[in-house]
Design a protein around this ligand. Sequence first.
Ligand code: KIV
Length: 263
Amino acid sequence: MPRLTLRDLSKLHAEKSKITMLTAYEASFARVMDAAGVETLLVGDSLGMVVHGRDSTLAVTLENIAYHTESVVRGAQRAFILADLPFGAYQESPQQALRSSARLMAAGAQMVKLEGGAYMAGTVAFLAERGVPVCAHIGLVPQSVHALGGFRVQGRDPQGAQRIIDDAKALAAAGASIVLMEGIPAAVAGAVTASITVPTIGIGAGPDCSGQVLVMHDMLGVPVYPPKFARNFMDGAGSVSAAIAAYIKAVKDGSFPGPENCY
Ligand code: KIV
């Protein structure tokens, strides 16, 4: 089966079919997710927490992400693969971001994800113009955990909410192909989704996004830090494959995230 492309994701978005995404870090789980039909796999820097056991994503290196991306690409035949640009690998300059993106794309990534608001628009444009598809991650940006004073929900006050909407518009206008929103009120995520034409992917951002992502460990009930926005799809599933199928179904039919998962 041919690997999904950005055009396939645009088609899903145009058809209003919710886009499914899970994090993946190695070949075996990537193979199971792929077989279940997850459309996109994110080699997230959350691997620093759920695989390496650290209390933040900050120590993850570009080589860590490249190594895990190669494994995921070997495991998954069909899914579209995104990889995270880790902390310190892209913030210095657009040129540094391009060098780091090239390393991840050589490892098999079809898109890179970077964190930050409108101030990253120049870097997004630089990458997009040079053939690097970009997913822009806004809201609760874990690489800024110390600046944010912890893993805290963002955009709860009117100014914060407006900043998130402005960030999304600036990043989409700069050429981001996907805007991923983490840890924000559902109403803010809905306003962002309504105000840009590219797909939005939510995690702790409510149901009104173009798709959803969860960290694999959270949806399989192996949470290191169990978040309110996750659901344990292993409950009553009987197997990992069945849990992933239940996740896909719940995202597609809009029953996940439920009100209990929202801010
Ligand atoms: O690193 C990661 O897994 C992520 C998700 C939380 C979206 O960025």
